[in-house]
Write a protein that binds this ligand. Structure first.
Ligand code: ADP
Ligand code: MG
Length: 707
């Protein structure tokens, strides 16, 4: 087939999508309104087609069309698809930008990006002068950044008099969502019109299983069960592809391994009901997968072969795979939640909501009637699954977002127009953390340091450590570490026990080579050894390290270095000096950002955290500190893993003296004080009272000093 016929067929394909019939009216609706909500079944063509229509209708004359996605894979994959449909090279007219990966150019007019990227652009210029249309996509997912964008765009552009201030023409804002909650969205955006793309869906029959009940929340037995059910479907159901929902990369890889193994032994002459079947094509799909592998997912399987995609929640709404007729739903999802037991955000595997389960099932009924096999019991559905998924803003740390808002001049972060208000205590918690990192002062105003911190797309603690290192002239120690912590896990963990042993040995040797018992130093050493190697990919293979992850770390390091250089040149960047050895310098920089994550050994191998939660934690077996606990007193850690126990990972030993002056910061600040100054409308009387209190405090400090 020649290239042009292939493209023509893509064009014809896209004309069959439900959205195509409404092209003209949709363009008109965007023309007529500042805000517009567009809704329609997933797969109706919103994400791929609407930007193209607007481009064809001349919306790019004055500026770009920007489309946000909560997930980075979605931004990349969809941009690839649209570039193909519009017959241009990716990165030219159609491009994408996600954190640490910018594939756009001067000529880019249709730009897919993550919601986090647009938030950064707003920070650079709040009126978004380079855009003619901004499309917030997948709004029903209620990601933290999308919710903040909704609030910001409403605040800035809903007043017609203010809307064109700083711009030469008005901005158009389109908000796209799967069918849920569109009335609420429209009301939030000043009762803007809702454009419904009528879609056709076919009935999907759902069946509950027996494998997972309300008592099985901690078990991972569902992996084996989905594999079993997938094979049953393959051997007993008529043609049609299978989509399996699991929670993350390692699970998906394990399930795929099991599937390969079992699928090998199927005898197609006797075992398979549908005699036209000759094989099973097993394809994983998760966020950090290489994009060339992802392409296969969308291609129809060869004749006689059934495709089985094993995916994360990304396949629930962001990406549509044609031909799926059977869904196998594990009932679980990996979700970032604030864990009050440890006082941190952690990724947890939790039951999905009922609305999520319905969404998953719906993916089987796009082109014909389908079936959904839920491996959990009806009781699990009733007792363990919530009705709706709680928006991210109501369950995760708001620290980075609140700093962004403050830098945008939104001082009253409590009364900001959030689509759903986060609990006030989460806002206060964020203010407290920002205060602890010296990003805001006691009156809630952004400090010089805060203005520097907001420039980095990293967790504020990590940024704080990096900036400390930079002020001491040792950024070369922290930049690689920050990069390594920003990419997926670099250590390969093979499924086979023998191989696992070999990998473990290699990883231990790498840790020993870095000289000290310090997981951060190991990351630095791996980074440097690989970078200076003649054959870096071979080096990785020999050491059981993911070459692809390390390559991303190299690129991330360069980008962080560029941001830092720019800041060092532009502003009165802080400069400090330090006397002591390198290992101490390194760990003291880490202390500046991670003093919130410090623990002291209590008894045996148990450590107790110092953040006021006083949680009992253990060192994770993957750490170089594991089994050395009795030699340690104080440790600092990057993150935690909660199973039946709370484990700390990526850790290093520290000395109490290094954090002694920082630890009181964890307790000294009165959050109510921060909250009262967080509001714009502090009365003079309140301010005077507050200042009097401050003065009294100072007086007290002086008198205790004298004693
Ligand atoms: P919506 O945003 O309304 O959910 P999309 O625009 O994402 O719909 O998808 C419309 C159609 O485009 C779907 O039928 C899907 O199969 C197809 N499609 C989207 N992305 C790709 C891709 N990368 N490769 C092949 N087909 C794709
Ligand atoms: Mg979409």
């Amino acid at each position: 087939m020649s290239k042009s016929t292939r493209l023509d067929s893509k064009e014809n394909e896209s004309k069959k999508l439900p959205i195509y019939l409404h092209k003209a009216t949709l363009i008109q609706a965007v023309t007529d309104n500042t805000f517009l909500v567009v809704t329609g079944e997933t797969g109706s063509g919103k994400t791929t087609q609407l930007p193209k229509y607007l481009y064809q209708a001349g919306f790019c004359k004055d500026g770009k069309i920007g489309i946000t996605q909560p997930r980075r894979v979605a931004a990349i994959t969809v941009a690839q698809r649209v570039a193909q449909e519009m017959q241009c090279t990716l990165g030219k007219e159609v491009g994408y930008q996600v954190r640490f990966d910018d594939c756009t150019s001067q000529s880019t007019v249709v730009k897919y990006m993550t919601d986090g990227c647009l938030l950064r652009e707003i920070l650079a210029d709040a009126v978004l002068p380079q855009y003619s249309v901004v499309i917030l996509d997948e709004v029903h997912e209620r990601s933290l950044n999308t919710d903040i964008l909704l609030g910001l765009l409403k605040k800035r552009f809903s007043n017609p008099a203010k809307a064109t201030k700083g711009r030469s023409f008005p901005l158009k804002v389109v908000v796209m969502s799967a069918t849920l909650e569109t009335d609420k969205l429209s009301a939030f955006l000043g009762d803007c019109p809702v454009f419904v793309i009528p879609g056709r869906t076919f009935p999907v029959t759902c069946a509950f299983g027996f494998a997972v009940g309300p008592k099985d929340l901690e078990s991972t037995g569902y992996i084996k069960e989905v594999v079993k059910v997938a094979l049953e479907v393959h051997t007993s159901e008529m043609a049609g592809d299978i989509l399996v929902f699991l929670t993350g990369q390692s699970e998906i890889e394990r399930a795929c391994d099991l599937l390969y193994e079992k699928a090998e032994s199927i005898d197609y002459r006797y075992d398979v009901q549908d005699q036209t079947m000759e094989g099973l094509l097993i394809l994983p799909l998760y966020g950090s997968m290489p994009t060339d592998q992802q392409k296969q997912i969308f291609q129809p399987p060869p004749a006689g072969i059934r495709k089985c995609v094993v995916a994360t929640n990304i396949a629930a709404t962001s990406l549509t795979i044609d031909g799926v007729k059977y869904i196998i739903d594990s009932g679980f999802v990996k979700q970032l939640n604030h864990n009050s037991r440890v006082g941190m955000d952690i990724l947890e595997v939790v039951p999905i909501s009922k609305s999520e389960a319905q969404q998953r099932a719906g993916r089987a009924g796009r082109t014909s009637a389908g079936k959904c096999f839920r491996i959990y019991t009806k009781e699990f559905w009733e007792k363990s699954m919530p009705e709706y998924t709680v928006p991210e803003i109501q369950r995760t740390s708001l620290t980075a977002v609140i700093l962004t808002l403050k830098c945008l001049g939104v001082h009253d972060v409590i009364r900001f127009p959030y689509p759903d208000c986060p609990e006030e205590r989460f806002i206060l918690e964020a203010l407290k953390q920002l205060y602890q990192f010296d990003a805001i002062d006691r009156r809630g105003r952004v400090t010089k340091l805060g203005e520097l911190m907001v420039e980095f797309p990293l967790h504020p603690g990590l940024t704080r450590a990096l900036l400390k290192a930079a002020s001491l002239g040792c950024q070369d120690l922290l930049l690689p570490v920050a990069a390594m912590l920003s990419v997926e896990n670099i250590f390969i963990r093979p499924g086979h026990p023998e191989k696992q042993k070999e990998a473990d040995q290699n990883h231990r040797a790498l840790a020993a080579k870095s000289g000290s018992m310090n997981d951060f130093a190991t990351l630095l050493s791996v980074f440097q050894s690989c970078k200076s190697s003649d054959r870096p990919s071979a080096w990785c293979k020999d050491n059981w390290i993911h070459w692809r992850a390390l390559k991303s770390a190299f690129s991330v390091e360069t980008q962080l270095r560029e941001i830092l250089l720019r800041l060092q040149q532009k502003r009165d960047f802080p400069v400090e000096t330090f006397e002591g050895n390198k290992s101490e310098l390194f760990r003291r920089c880490l202390c500046t950002g991670y003093f919130t994550n410090v623990a002291r050994r209590s008894v045996g191998k148990v450590f107790c955290t110092m953040d006021g939660h006083g949680s009992m934690v253990h060192v994770h077996p993957s750490s170089s500190l594991f089994d050395q606990e009795d030699k340690l007193n104080w440790i600092l850690f990057h993150d935690v893993l909660v199973t039946s126990r709370v484990y700390v990972r990526t850790a290093c030993p520290i000395r109490y003296e290094w954090v002694k002056d920082l630890l009181p910061k964890l307790h000294e600040v009165d959050v109510y004080e921060l909250s009262s100054v967080a509001r714009e409308e502090v009365t003079d009387e309140e301010m005077m009272k507050w200042e009097a209190r401050e003065a009294a405090k100072r007086q007290q400090e002086i008198s205790t000093e004298e004693v």
